[in-house]
Design a protein. Structure first.
Ligand SMILES: NC(=O)c1ccc[n+]([C@@H]2O[C@H](COP(=O)([O-])OP(=O)(O)OC[C@H]3O[C@@H](n4cnc5c(N)ncnc54)[C@H](OP(=O)(O)O)[C@@H]3O)[C@@H](O)[C@H]2O)c1
Length: 115
């Protein structure tokens, strides 16, 4: 989690970039959402628990992070498609970073950067 973005991270900026982090409400995903948002990225995340998502969105808003999200179980193709359509609409079809934590394979964290 980002504790002091004014020191070591201040030389980096992701302002103007977009990121999708699946499974961003707990654990590694939560930390990645907060790092990316603290660096200025606009982030979209998802999880299966609406209450947990709402709590996170509220905390991120208080912290001034640009994070939005929706409930999506990524193991269901129809839910993935709906989420991707939302993300595409929100980010105007421009996605720079994809972090897939709630992936189809256990113990795999996928991280893609697009330019
Ligand atoms: N922790 C480690 O040391 C470690 C090491 C190597 C790899 N990994 C891998 O990294 C990933 C994250 O690990 P973690 O320890 O941070 O897990 P975690 O604390 O359990 O967090 C998982 C996140 O993914 C969401 N999620 C789980 N299943 C989902 C689904 N089907 N659709 C959408 N969202 C889903 C969870 O929210 P909901 O439950 O609300 O959906 C939560 O936000 C896992 O794939 C794990 O296997 C972890």
């Amino acid at each position: 989690m980002v504790k002091d973005s004014s020191s070591s991270l201040s030389q980096w900026s992701l302002r103007g970039t977009t990121a999708l982090v699946t499974g961003g409400t707990k654990g590694i995903g939560l930390a990645i959402v907060e790092e990316l948002a603290a660096l200025g990225a606009t982030v979209y995340t998802c999880c299966r628990n609406q209450n947990q998502l709402n709590e996170c969105l509220q905390q991120w808003k208080i912290k001034g992070f640009q994070v939005s999200g929706s409930v999506c179980d990524v193991t269901f193709p129809a839910e993935r498609e709906t989420m991707i359509n939302n993300v595409s609409y929100m980010f105007e079809a421009k996605l720079n970073i994809l972090v897939s934590l709630s992936s189809f394979s256990k113990n795999i964290v996928l991280f893609f950067i697009f330019y």
